[in-house]
Design a binder for this molecule. Structure first.
Ligand code: AMP
Length: 399
């Protein structure tokens, strides 16, 4: 798959529309609490500024229930961009009204206009052709740098791309980097290739599991999803998270791994609690001894040790999903130990998924990872082997 990249198209002096992912976390006072997504877009924006482009930036933010809800305005993002880029960031009240399009058309080289939250307009999610056409009319060139939404066929991601020919649209630096990493890891990983899969449910990652098993040498399963597998093996798991209807799928995945000689690891011990509560009484038990009415909320120390040992010879590690309810300190130890083990390995380490990215920041291992993906859903779909709609629009050659 060959992606059209920003560095390969002529943008000098042109009007460039850049779809970014500025969906940053904010506190109740609308303060940005983590501006990584904004900083990740700076390379592409600066490159366009340096090429004398006039720039239109666009992003969604959260899920506004009503139009122009001020809590979902991108104004705080404009302020942060101003601080980081040290230049004025213009904003327009509306997204695709005539006056906004006029402002876009009258931008001078190097000037930046940030559109309001795209999700104020229903046309964004519905991939409305008229909305996409109006967005497209603002620019000569379309750049997608929003990996986190590239798995969605939304107007500013997919519909808009139809209005530009192959030399007038491209992947920004961030998107290109994300796609390259995942393409490399899924198609030509250095072996042994170990995948760690965690998080709450099997259902959310079933296809990813099916796609990973034939590709990896080892697969480590932790988090809530491990209990469906443990139950499938006949363990009594109390009130732990189990998807009964997926037990046959769990058996199929384990059989497939066995058939292919892939080593599959499950927790051997857990931290169990009486309730899903940070204050609940908890104890460390083997998976054979989870008390009735108790639930496993983290992997235990023996499992963390086992998983770390399994990671020792890895040359590639792909990690998606925490090992326990890491949001509560009491149940974060397993994820923390696995994070340290991944960080201290000599492997190429790719961390995908919002939760896991968050986790490695909290554990202080962020800088030790080779690559942290900005998109959870999008990275899972790449692992599932899908072509993302936002990426398909920018492909010049299929494999
Ligand atoms: P996901 O979005 O599927 O990656 O799941 C992430 C969530 O899984 C986190 O919010 C964790 O709290 C949750 N999680 C991890 N382990 C467990 C568990 N043993 N029981 C319930 N929830 C869990």
């Amino acid at each position: 798959m060959k992606l059209q990249e920003l560095k390969n198209i002529d943008i000098a002096g042109k009007r460039v529309f850049i779809r970014c992912d500025f969906n940053v976390p904010m506190d109740e006072y609308n303060n940005i609490t983590d501006d990584r997504r904004i900083r990740s877009a700076l390379n592409t924006i600066r490159y366009c500024v340096d090429n004398d482009c006039s720039i239109i930036l666009a992003s969604h933010f959260g899920r506004p229930k009503k139009k122009f809800d001020p809590d979902f305005s991108l104004k705080p993002v404009a302020k942060r961009l101003h601080t980081l880029l040290k230049q004025e960031i213009k904003m327009a009240e509306h997204i695709v009204r005539e006056e906004t399009i006029e402002i876009a058309k009258n931008l001078k080289p190097g000037e930046i206009l940030l559109l309001e939250n795209l999700r104020y307009n229903d046309g964004e999610k519905n991939n409305d052709p008229e909305f996409a056409a109006k967005l497209a009319s603002m620019a000569d060139v379309f750049v997608n740098d929003a990996f986190g939404v590239s798995h969605r066929a939304h107007a500013s991601v997919e519909g808009i791309a139809k209005h530009f020919d192959v030399n007038s649209k491209a992947a920004g630096f961030l998107l290109a980097k994300e796609i390259k990493f995942f393409h490399h890891i899924v198609h030509e990983p250095k072996r042994p290739f170990v995948s760690i899969v965690g998080g709450s449910k099997v259902s959310g990652k079933l296809e990813a599991l099916y796609n990973l098993v034939p590709k990896v040498d080892k697969i480590i399963i932790g988090g809530g999803m491990a209990f469906t597998f443990l139950k499938a093996l006949g363990h009594e798991v109390g009130n732990s998270l189990v998807e009964e209807d997926l037990i046959p799928e769990a058996i199929r995945i384990m059989d497939e791994a066995k058939k292919l000689g892939v080593k599959l690891y499950l927790p051997v011990d857990v931290v169990a609690a009486e309730a899903f509560d940070a204050e609940a009484i908890a104890k460390h038990v083997t998976v054979q001894e989870i008390p009735k009415n108790w639930m496993g909320l983290d992997i235990g120390p023996a499992s963390a040790q086992l998983f770390s040992l399994a990671l020792r010879d890895a040359n590639t590690i792909l990690w998606n999903g925490p090992m326990g309810v890491y949001e509560m300190d009491k149940f974060a130890k397993g994820s923390t130990k696995v994070s340290h083990a991944v960080a201290s390995s000599f492997a190429t380490t790719v961390v995908g998924g919002g939760d896991t990215a968050d986790l490695v920041r909290v554990t202080g291992d962020e800088d030790e990872m080779t690559f942290i993906s900005t998109g959870g859903g999008a990275s899972l779909e790449l692992i599932e082997g899908k072509i993302l709609p936002g990426v398909k629009a920018l492909v010049i050659e299929e494999d």
